[in-house]
Design a protein around this ligand. Structure first.
Ligand SMILES: Cc1cc2nc3c(=O)[nH]c(=O)nc-3n(C[C@H](O)[C@H](O)[C@H](O)COP(=O)(O)O)c2cc1C
Ligand code: SF4
Length: 448
């Protein structure tokens, strides 16, 4: 069994309630942090832990916290990003559903460390149930003296507010989120200035992911050095992975960083292998925006080393042969899956979610969607694959926020590794029109 430090208590009946959570050691990190540590000491422990942001980019959390402008006389804010809209990613929702007090505990310690007296949880609009769960947990924490004025008799006071988004994926991008929280349209801001200097209401702000903030609890409980012993290299700690697609056991799993991808995919403790005894075609390891990895690059890297669930190993070889850990949305495709259809489906999503501020993303995602649609529907033209690749490359790196990259990478990587499927679609339009969704491989085998 792998080590669990976030989900170790989710099996305890009633753990969602304050009483059961507290009876099982919950909120100990708040007592330790507020009564025995200074904010600077907490930030130091987080730096030592090597924790990297779990929202997707993997930026070191301690370093991000130390960028917060402490010279400003303005209030400081902590904002928890619970927007979680990336296709294939559903681990933050799981954490809120099953152990909401872990997040509230992490938020109290983090707010104290950052000197924030008002903290927001920005929740994806569709998460109606989770909004209720969070509000209940906040009420319980307040009723028991862990929120409000002079927490546990100290001089520290904190209010946590839950704010619902309105169903836009782009509001997960931290500056779009801040715009939305301020009541404006969720358009990403040009950076710099970064939120650490000019964030919510132009005040110094830290935005962190749900899982990142929950991980602060074990870091304070065991100490940063102990936390850093879990995992591998610069990928310390554990990671929540939401696994879905063609596997026997979809779900959310807590893994120790450094577990082999093959073990994660095939062992009974985790995904339980590809379903119906089928062969693996590909995986997307970090949510829909990261490059797809074909089966021959799943178990081993191009350098023939075992592929591990870590930031470094998953990106080994760059985009030519690697991908990214991203937000931990692990999507599996069996041998029958149609990569063209899947790429079109993702692209349709990014086209719909583009905020429209920059032309390469606004226009480019539209072109990608249009061309992929026609290839998928048996109307592809010979030049289409090269045009797709070229449009995607023109979006990448040329936009205000990374949504443009997120739209381009799935297309580039699908063409790089599965060009034959795109060609097959274009060369056999009549056949493609009759193909049942998601069963392209059978036809390719027959035609070979
Ligand atoms: C289009 C887009 C959507 C994003 N959605 C989320 C999200 O739903 N949740 C999240 O935590 N981070 C999301 N991010 C990343 C955030 O901008 C930010 O990096 C993150 O919240 C920082 O937290 P962390 O350092 O704890 O990872 C998104 C980024 C982009 C570009
Ligand atoms: S990249 Fe796309 S989503 Fe991001 S700011 Fe530009 S148009 Fe908006």
């Amino acid at each position: 069994m792998g080590r669990k430090i976030l989900l170790d208590k989710v099996h305890i009946p009633g753990i969602k309630t304050f009483k059961v959570y507290r009876d099982n050691g919950g909120y100990a990190s708040v007592e330790k942090a507020l009564k025995k540590m200074t904010p600077a000491e907490i930030i130091e422990e987080v730096k030592k832990s090597g924790l990297r942001g779990r929202g997707g980019a993997g930026f070191p959390t301690g370093m991000k916290w130390s960028f917060l402008d402490t010279r400003s006389n303005n209030p400081r804010y902590l904002v928890c990003n619970a927007d979680e809209s990336e296709p294939g990613t559903f681990k933050d929702r799981y954490l809120i559903d099953y152990i909401p007090h872990l997040l509230i505990e992490g938020l109290i310690v983090s707010s104290f460390a950052l000197g924030a007296n008002t903290t927001f949880i920005y929740v994806r609009g569709e998460f109606k149930q989770q909004i209720g769960i969070l509000n209940k947990a906040i009420r319980e924490a307040r009723d028991n003296g862990f929120l409000g004025s002079n927490i546990l008799g100290t001089s520290f006071s904190l209010d946590i507010h839950v704010h619902s988004g309105a169903g836009a994926y782009i509001c997960g991008e931290e500056t779009a989120l801040l715009e939305s929280l301020e009541g404006k349209r969720g358009n990403p801001r040009l950076k710099p200035p970064f939120p650490a200097v000019k964030g919510l209401y132009d005040c110094p702000t830290v935005v962190n992911n749900v899982e990142t903030l929950a991980a602060i609890v074990p870091i304070i409980n065991f100490g940063g050095d102990e936390y850093a012993k879990i995992g591998i290299g610069r990928s310390t700690g554990t990671k929540l992975i939401s696994a879905c697609g063609h596997i026997n056991k979809p779900g959310v799993y807590e893994i120790e960083m450094g577990l082999s991808v093959e073990e994660f995919l095939n062992s009974e403790e985790y995904c339980g292998g590809v379903r119906n005894g089928k062969k693996l075609k590909a995986i997307i390891p970090g949510g829909s925006s990261v490059p797809i990895l074909p089966a021959h690059l799943v178990a081993v890297t191009a350098a023939n080393t075992p592929r591990l669930m870590s930031y470094e190993s998953l990106s080994d070889g760059g985009f030519a042969t690697g991908s990214m850990l991203g937000s931990g949305g692990f999507i599996v495709f069996d041998e029958d899956a149609c990569i063209v259809r899947n790429t079109w489906n993702f692209t349709r999503f990014y086209y719909h979610e583009s905020c429209g501020q920059c032309s390469p993303c606004r226009e480019g995602t539209g072109w990608l969607e249009k061309i992929l649609y026609r290839i998928e529907n048996g109307q592809g033209r010979e030049r289409d694959i090269d045009v797709l690749d070229s449009v995607a490359k023109k979006i990448e790196g040329n936009t205000i926020c990374p949504l443009g990259d997120a739209a381009a990478w799935p297309v580039n990587s699908a063409i790089r590794h599965f060009r034959n499927e795109f060609e097959f679609h274009i060369e056999h339009p009549d056949l493609i029109k009759n193909v049942q969704h998601g069963s392209i491989e059978k036809y390719m085998k027959v035609m070979a």
